[in-house]
Write a protein that binds this ligand. Structure first.
Ligand SMILES: Cc1cc2nc3c(=O)[nH]c(=O)nc-3n(C[C@H](O)[C@H](O)[C@H](O)COP(=O)(O)OP(=O)(O)OC[C@H]3O[C@@H](n4cnc5c(N)ncnc54)[C@H](O)[C@@H]3O)c2cc1C
Length: 471
C-alpha cells in the first residue's frame, strides 16, 4: 500500500513542529509543507548584523511545554537553551522608566512588599492592592466563567495597578489591551486565583511556586531563527518536501476512490490523505469556508493585531540595558499617545564597540498610526519617542523596519468557546486539524504544542482510516 500523504499548510513554527512529528510516524507518511512566503518561520525571522543574527520577530522561547522540550531535545537544541530573567523589567511610570517588581506572573505582582518597593503606584492604589491580602474581595457570582483580564483584576486589585503594570506587560505581548483579553484563554491561572475567593496575589504566588504556571523565558544560542532552520533540516532529512512561495488557495474534498483532499496552491495540486492547517485564522477561514462553513464563520471572528518592529543603532548611553513597556494611556509631550509599546536593548553579547542595538515595537490592535507611515517616517517616530521616553537626546541609524501584519491573535472573552466550535466544525472533516497561534496560546512553546497535537490527531485518524473504501 502506498504511503499516506499529509500536506501541512503553513511553514511557521506550528506547521514545522507538525511536520517534525508526522515524519516520525511509525510506518511512514509522505509529508509536504506548503508555505506562502519565500521563507520559513512566519513570525520568527532574523536579520544579519555585524556578523550576528538578530531576531526581528519572536526573540524568546516562552511557554515551553513538554512537547516543545521534546522537539528541542530531538533537534539537539536543548543544550543551547538559556533561561533569562522574565521580560520586560521596567515600565514608563510617572514620567520616567522605572523597574517593575521582580515577583510577577503575567504582569500581576505576587508580592505586595515588592510592589511597594517599586514605587509604581500611588499610596492610595497600593493600599487598594493591600486589601487583596488582608481582606480579599469575594466574587459572589460563584464559579467564574470566562472574564476579561482587565475588569477582573480591577475589581480585585484596583484600576491603577491594571493600567500601570498589567496592561503594559500583557498589552505589549498581545498587541492589545487587557480590557478585552480572555482570562480563560490567556491567563487561566488568574481565573483560578480569582475563583478561590482568597487573595489573588497569594494564589498566584502559590501557583508560581508550585510551577503550575509556565513563566520561564529562554533564549536560544544564536537566534530563534536557528530553531526554524534546525526543524526544517530535520524534516527534510526525514523525507519531507518543502515548497516555498506556494500559497494554498483552495482545499478540495476528494471523491470516492481518490485521496481525501486536494490542496490547490498557486503552482501545484497536492493530493493528500490528511491536512494540518497551520496558518493564521484569516487564511484558515478562507480555506475552510467551502468545506466547513460554521467553523469558517467562527474563524472570521478571530482578529489579530499588526505591529512594527524597528531596529536601530545608537550610541545613547541612556538606553543601555533597557527592557521596558509603555502603558497604552501614556502620552507624549504633544498630547498624543505613544505608538511605542515596548523598547528593548538587543545588543548582542560580546559585540565590540559602544554602539547599542535597540528594538522598539510600535502599534496595537486599535493603534495603526505607525503602520500607515513609510519606513523613514517610522524611523523618525521611533527615535523621537525613544528620546522622549528617556528624556535624553537620542540619535541613531535605523537598521531595519519589519511590519508584522495581523500577526498577534487577539484572545477576546470567550475565545476558548469559539475555538471549541471551530475545532468541532473541522473535526467533522476527515483527517484535518488546525494548529498555530490563533487557538491555544500565542507563544512559541504553545505553537509547537499545537503543531504536535494536530499532527498526532491527523496521524491517528489516518491510522484508523487505513483500509477504508476510499483508498
Ligand atoms: C513581533 C512579534 C514578537 C513575538 N515575540 C515572541 C517572543 O519573544 N516569544 C514568544 O514565545 N512568542 C513571540 N511571538 C509570538 C510567536 O512568535 C508567534 O505566535 C508564533 O511564532 C506563530 O507561529 P505560527 O506557526 O502559529 O504562525 P506564523 O508564524 O504566522 O506562521 C504561519 C505561516 O503560514 C503561512 N501562510 C499563511 N497563509 C498561507 C497559505 N494560504 N498557504 C500557505 N502558507 C500560508 C505564513 O506565511 C506563515 O509563514 C511574537 C510574535 C510577533 C509578531
Amino acid at each position: 500500500m502506498p504511503h499516506q500523504r499529509v500536506v501541512v499548510v503553513g511553514g511557521g513554527v506550528a506547521g514545522l513542529a507538525a511536520a517534525a512529528v508526522l515524519t516520525r510516524v511509525h510506518g511512514g507518511l509522505d509529508v509536504t509543507v506548503v508555505e506562502a512566503s519565500d521563507r520559513l518561520g512566519g513570525a520568527i525571522r532574523a536579520i544579519e548584523m555585524d556578523g550576528h543574527r538578530l531576531d526581528v520577530g519572536a526573540t524568546h522561547l516562552h511557554g515551553i511545554t513538554p512537547a516543545g522540550a521534546a522537539l528541542l531535545e530531538d533537534l539537539g537544541l536543548s543544550g543551547e537553551l538559556a533561561e533569562v530573567a522574565p521580560t520586560p523589567h521596567s515600565v514608563l511610570a510617572r514620567g520616567a522608566i522605572r523597574d517593575l517588581p521582580t515577583a510577577m506572573v503575567s504582569g500581576v505582582p505576587t508580592s505586595w512588599r515588592g510592589l511597594r518597593r517599586s514605587k509604581l503606584l500611588s499610596r492610595r492604589s497600593l493600599w487598594r492592592v493591600g486589601l487583596d491580602v488582608v481582606a480579599p474581595r469575594h466574587d459572589l457570582r460563584g464559579r467564574l466563567g470566562d472574564r476579561a483580564v482587565g475588569p477582573l483584576l480591577e475589581q480585585k486589585l484596583g484600576r491603577e495597578l491594571v493600567e500601570q503594570v498589567t496592561d503594559p506587560v500583557l498589552g505589549a505581548r498581545y498587541g492589545g489591551h487587557v480590557a478585552d483579553l480572555s482570562a480563560a484563554a490567556a491567563f487561566p491561572a488568574l481565573l483560578i486565583a480569582a475563583g478561590t475567593g482568597g487573595s489573588v496575589l497569594h494564589a498566584l504566588r502559590t501557583a508560581a511556586e508550585r510551577d503550575d504556571i509556565t513563566r520561564g523565558a529562554f533564549e536560544l544560542g544564536g537566534s530563534m531563527a536557528s530553531l526554524i532552520e534546525q526543524v526544517a533540516e530535520h524534516v527534510v532529512a526525514r523525507g519531507a518536501a518543502l515548497h516555498l512561495s506556494s500559497p494554498a488557495l483552495e482545499l478540495q474534498r476528494g471523491v470516492p476512490g481518490r485521496p481525501r483532499w486536494t490542496v490547490v496552491t498557486s503552482d501545484a495540486r497536492h493530493e493528500a490523505d490528511g491536512i494540518v492547517l497551520a496558518v493564521p485564522a484569516a487564511a484558515a477561514h478562507h480555506l475552510v469556508a467551502p468545506v466547513a462553513p460554521e467553523a469558517a464563520g467562527l474563524l472570521r471572528q478571530l482578529d489579530a493585531a499588526s505591529v512594527l518592529v524597528v531596529t536601530l543603532r545608537t550610541d545613547a548611553e541612556a538606553v543601555r540595558g533597557v527592557d521596558a513597556v509603555v502603558p497604552a494611556r501614556a502620552r507624549r509631550a504633544d498630547g498624543e499617545r505613544y505608538c511605542t509599546t515596548a523598547v528593548r536593548d538587543r545588543t548582542p553579547r560580546g559585540s565590540v564597540g559602544t554602539s547599542l542595538i535597540i528594538q522598539l515595537t510600535l502599534g496595537r490592535i486599535d493603534d495603526r498610526r505607525a503602520l500607515l507611515l513609510d519606513d523613514d517616517a517610522v524611523g523618525d517616530l521611533a527615535l523621537n519617542e525613544l528620546a522622549e521616553l528617556f528624556d535624553a537626546s537620542v540619535t541613531g541609524a535605523i537598521v531595519d523596519v519589519t511590519r508584522w501584519t495581523d500577526a498577534l491573535p487577539q484572545y477576546r472573552v470567550n475565545h476558548r468557546l469559539k475555538v471549541s466550535g471551530i475545532e468541532a466544525g473541522c473535526h467533522r472533516l476527515p483527517a484535518l486539524a488546525l494548529a498555530g497561534a490563533a487557538y491555544h496560546g500565542i507563544d512559541v512553546g504553545s505553537c509547537i504544542e499545537s503543531g504536535e497535537r494536530a499532527a498526532r490527531s491527523v496521524a491517528g485518524q489516518l491510522k484508523a482510516l487505513r483500509g477504508s473504501p476510499q483508498r
